[in-house]
Design a protein around this ligand. Structure first.
Ligand SMILES: Cc1cc2nc3c(=O)[nH]c(=O)nc-3n(C[C@H](O)[C@H](O)[C@H](O)COP(=O)(O)O)c2cc1C
Length: 127
């Protein structure tokens, strides 16, 4: 399936509630994943999950942010039309000052070809 290679200034942002339901996605996220904002809001974030991603990566992500720490890692995601794209993601736990509710924010940038190669090789050994 066809790969979308991120541009240097692509910056994909999404926000979830405590359970991983998407509450916000920016234009770059929608553009790259191939969804409209209305198709994303209210859906679980695994809507973009690619089958090549090891379960352990997301287990680590969730354990890290639930501890209140920041998780960083390489993620291969699926696009709506069945393609894929690699990102380097930083996921942070946050608290909304208005209602004290927890939420999570992920910001993603372009990984280098070398970084993708390393992540690919590592994830193959994890699946
Ligand atoms: C803020 C945030 C962003 C996330 N971004 C992604 C993502 O881009 N791709 C992805 O597959 N999972 C992402 N996840 C993890 C998903 O919630 C989910 O754990 C993962 O897709 C595995 O799906 P599963 O729990 O159904 O096995 C994100 C989680 C959070 C909290």
């Amino acid at each position: 399936m066809s790969e979308y290679v991120l541009k240097l200034n692509d910056f994909l942002v999404s926000q979830t509630d405590e359970k991983g339901i998407i509450v916000f996605a920016n234009d770059d996220f929608c553009k790259v994943a191939g969804y409209t904002i209305d198709e994303l809001v209210g859906k679980p974030h695994n809507i973009v999950r690619h089958r090549d991603m090891p379960k352990a990566a997301f287990k680590d992500l969730w354990e890290t942010v639930k501890r209140g720490e920041i998780w960083t890692g390489y993620v291969k995601n699926k696009t709506k039309d069945g393609g894929f794209y690699w990102v380097y993601a930083t996921v942070a736990p946050m608290v909304d000052p208005k209602d004290n509710k927890k939420y999570y924010l992920s910001c993603r940038r372009k990984p280098s070809a070398e970084e993708i190669k390393k992540a690919e090789a590592l994830y193959k050994t994890m699946n």
